[in-house]
Write a protein that binds this ligand. Structure first.
Ligand SMILES: Cc1cc2nc3c(=O)[nH]c(=O)nc-3n(C[C@H](O)[C@H](O)[C@H](O)COP(=O)(O)OP(=O)(O)OC[C@H]3O[C@@H](n4cnc5c(N)ncnc54)[C@H](O)[C@@H]3O)c2cc1C
Length: 489
């Protein structure tokens, strides 16, 4: 691909920087090709899909650069810092928060060539990988050895990388037992904004001062580029036992999940669907169930899963759950990626947004009620719909994976974009006022950056201080996570 074209030839500086970067990564690994720049800026956010569907421009970088090693990332970032040029890291581009939009131009840093499995330590059960490795590719390597790195997001087959999962603080399908990406990570190597390479300690649990690792996790490319990660491994389970129940309402289902979690049972999956979401799921998977549905999966040694399933059954039936039998749960597991298949996944022109949040058990019922009401009542004139399921549980609470949909939005682009923002404003307000968070696993990106101050209150000032100290020129993914343009931190 020719590096220069009519558009960039007029920009002498960009061309010079491209030549300098070419000397680092190879001239064939730098491009100003427009289609590549658009591809690198795009993600799975509604805004990205909507604007492209309307043949509108996305905010794109000046150059796309594809390094193949930490050393090359370090040299590219160092050079970008010298030129005060933004750097926008990108893994698989499966993010949903417009985190890859290049709002201020700069370098789209395509990390997919950092895709090696570096080491599998079967003794300590740790895998070390380069950050651009696709999670589903890693699984193939591990499964052949009877192992798994138990982080399977809905985007498992959408190219989500290990670095992207850490950068966006993601959750996988079995996070209730095995933890989120933040719990599975043991060590990180990162390139910081000045180009320096840092390694966190070899183990995450220590008393050697505060942990840098959890500051980089969730930083979405605004504090540095994650280049390597060591992740916890598990053996593939000997047994999986499935259960499923109908409940009279969502709150009774929440109570069942609360009892399971606070009695410290550890099923890998507890998913509680409200009526509207059960309907959708049942259609996708031909489940033949309706009403409020819970599917549960226990995994591990057979003796453990037998006992756990027996105790969980007592809890669920004890609060009035009506068993639907194991097959519904099994079908759910087999079809867990079905809702994300082409034709099932929402797409423009409809307006939609996944407004997932997490909260203490005490706050979950009020958040669900408030968000359902605000979407269905405040936007009744747009016939807005609301669906929810609760899919990740913690010892202290759970997450709500909820969505709004407007099937027939205004055709005018500005009006549609405004309606999208209004829906988000209302949903986030309802989450925050009732003890929830901005998000649970999709991250913040550009989409939710404007709420960071409200979310973090007086801590926000200290986050800004951290950004200023670690990235004084503000080159790292500017305009995301609520941080401002380059140079403004
Ligand atoms: C259908 C679908 C289902 C999904 N289901 C889930 C789910 O179940 N759980 C879940 O957690 N998420 C889910 N997501 C969201 C998304 O897949 C995750 O956020 C994923 O972690 C992003 O990984 P990625 O490599 O594609 O990152 P990208 O989209 O490339 O990037 C996301 C953000 O992280 C930054 N970034 C990427 N790599 C790095 C790096 N190495 N260093 C520093 N910053 C970096 C980018 O700058 C950007 O801000 C889903 C998305 C889709 C489309």
């Amino acid at each position: 691909m020719a590096l220069t074209n009519n558009e960039t030839r007029s920009n002498y500086l960009i061309n010079q920087i491209a030549r300098e970067i070419g000397a680092i990564v190879g001239h064939d690994q730098v491009t100003a090709d427009k289609a590549k720049r658009v591809e690198q800026a795009s993600d799975w956010s509604w805004m990205s899909k909507y604007l492209l569907s309307k043949n509108e421009e996305l905010p794109i970088a000046d150059l796309v650069v594809s390094p193949k090693s930490t050393e090359e990332v370090s040299k590219v970032v160092s050079l970008a810092n010298d030129y005060r040029m933004p750097v926008i890291p990108r893994g698989g581009g499966s993010g949903t928060q417009s985190g890859t939009f290049a709002l201020y131009g700069g370098i789209a840093l395509d990390l997919k060539r950092l895709n090696k499995v570096i080491d599998i330590d079967e003794n300590s059960m740790i895998v070390t990988v380069e950050a651009g490795l696709d999670g589903s590719e890693l699984e193939k390597v591990l499964n052949a050895k009877g192992l798994t790195m138990p982080h399977y997001p809905g985007s498992h087959f959408f190219g989500a990388t290990i670095g992207g999962c850490l950068a966006a603080r993601g959750s996988g399908v079995v996070s209730t037992k095995y933890g989120k990406a933040e719990d599975l990570v043991l060590q990180i190597e990162a390139v910081m904004a000045n180009g320096k390479v840092i390694d966190t300690l070899p183990v995450p649990s220590h008393a050697s001062g505060p942990g840098i690792i959890q500051t980089l996790v969730g930083s979405e490319g605004t504090l540095g580029v994650i280049t390597k990660a060591a992740m916890r491994l598990e053996h593939l389970p000997e047994s999986r036992v499935f259960l499923s129940y109908g409940f009279k309402d969502v709150n009774t289902g929440i109570e069942a999940a609360r009892l399971i979690m606070t009695k410290r049972w550890k099923p890998a999956v507890i998913r509680l669907y409200d009526e509207a979401d059960t309907k959708k799921l049942s259609e996708f998977l031909n489940l033949g169930v309706q009403g409020v549905l819970m599917v549960i999966m226990c995994d591990g040694a057979k003796s453990l899963t037998d006992l756990e399933a027996k105790e969980i059954d007592l809890i669920c039936t004890g609060v009035g759950g009506k068993p639907h039998g194991p097959q519904v749960g099994q079908n759910w597991w087999d079809g867990k990626y079905e809702p994300f298949k082409h034709g099932n996944i929402p797409a423009p022109p409809m307006i939609y947004g996944t407004t997932d949040t997490c909260a203490r058990f005490n706050d979950l019922p009020a958040i669900y009620k408030a968000k359902k009401e605000v979407v269905e009542k405040q936007f009744a004139h747009h016939k807005a719909r609301y669906t929810a399921h609760f899919s990740h549980w913690f010892p202290w609470g759970g997450m709500i994976y909820d969505r709004f949909y407007v099937d027939n939005p205004p055709t005018d682009i500005d009006e549609a974009m405004k309606l999208h923002d209004d829906l988000w404003n209302a949903a986030i307000d309802a989450s925050l006022k009732n003890g929830g968070t901005l998000n649970e696993h999709h991250g913040v990106g550009l989409k939710l950056g404007r709420f960071m101050k409200a979310q973090h209150g007086s801590s926000w000032e200290f986050m800004l201080g951290l950004k200023k100290a670690w990235d004084p020129n503000g080159i790292m993914n500017p305009g995301k996570l609520g941080f401002g343009p380059p140079g403004s931190a």
